[in-house]
Design a binder for this molecule. Structure first.
Ligand SMILES: [Zn+2]
Length: 277
């Protein structure tokens, strides 16, 4: 981690980039990190992009602050647009390099990409990602490593960004390079209730799913494979709940435990509506 911080400060201090500074600090471009000068001037990194971008050389000159062409506003606007597209395409390549990953990691830690909207994820930070590596197909999405699901950006400024500027691999590579950042999987989930009583069909499904998951975790542990769940974390919760019910523990427990047909199962642990009959 120390080496990574050195990288960032080193590249930030010894060069001032006007165009890139302006670009990444523009409203709506918060998901982008600044691509190093070294990376942009190494033609090997840009292989194949000359056919993807109109006025490629002018666009590249603009990005690297050596643009020197007398042209009208319309032409300037076209080149500007090309430069933004080129920056995005290079960005997708840059963010999977060591330095790019380190920069995006800093942004991830600062929650620059937003937080997971799922309540049970407790505001886990998100990462930008593409559903395609081909430009102009899909807009950028946000990935939550905790629930392993993808979300649309909240703001329309972000939802119009091309997903190919981040690519389909970046967010997965980040966790391969920094495995310590993989969050523990959470077994915590929403349980539908009606006046404090678990809804029968959903409760039966949840019980079945929890049993399957616990069986899987036991099998994995026997084979000494890491399941990604924190060991012991609410694993036996549901079993305990069932045992408790069998012993008749707890007041007014009416849990329905038989064949399908009941509408509602027993009152929740924390249900204050225990008197409903
Ligand atoms: Zn989440």
């Amino acid at each position: 981690m120390a080496a990574m911080d050195d990288y960032v400060s080193e590249s930030d201090s010894d060069y001032t980039s006007y165009w890139r500074d302006w670009f990444i600090s523009s409203r709506g471009n918060e998901y982008f990190c600044e691509i190093d000068e070294d990376y942009l001037t190494d033609r090997f990194n840009l292989t194949g992009l000359n056919t993807e971008v109109q006025y490629y050389q002018y666009a590249l000159d603009l990005i690297t602050d050596v643009f020197d062409l007398d042209c009208d506003d319309e032409m300037r606007e076209t080149i500007e647009k090309s430069a933004r597209h080129l920056y995005g395409l290079v960005h997708a390549r840059y963010v999977v390099t060591t330095r790019g990953l380190a920069k995006m990691l800093e942004k991830y830690k600062k929650c620059d990409f937003g937080k997971c909207p799922r309540v049970m994820c407790n505001s886990h930070p998100l990462l930008p990602m593409g559903l395609s590596d081909v430009p102009n197909l899909k807009a950028v999405k946000l990935y939550c490593a905790r629930c392993e699901d993808v979300y649309n950006p909240k703001s329309t400024r972000h939802s119009s960004i091309d997903g190919a500027y981040f690519g389909t691999s970046f967010h997965n590579i980040l966790f391969q390079v920094y495995p310590a950042l993989v969050p523990a999987k959470s077994a915590e989930r929403y349980v539908p209730r009606v006046f404090g009583f678990k809804v029968h069909a959903a409760a039966a499904l949840v019980r079945w799913q929890n049993k399957e998951r616990n069986d899987m975790r036991r099998r994995l542990r026997k084979m000494e494979v890491d399941s990604g769940f924190k060991d012991g974390e609410d694993e036996l919760e549901d079993d305990e709940e069932d045992e408790e019910a069998e012993e008749g523990g707890g007041p007014a427990r009416l849990e329905y435990r038989g064949a399908p047909g009941g509408f509602i199962t027993g009152p929740a642990h924390d249900g204050q509506m225990g008197g409903v009959a």
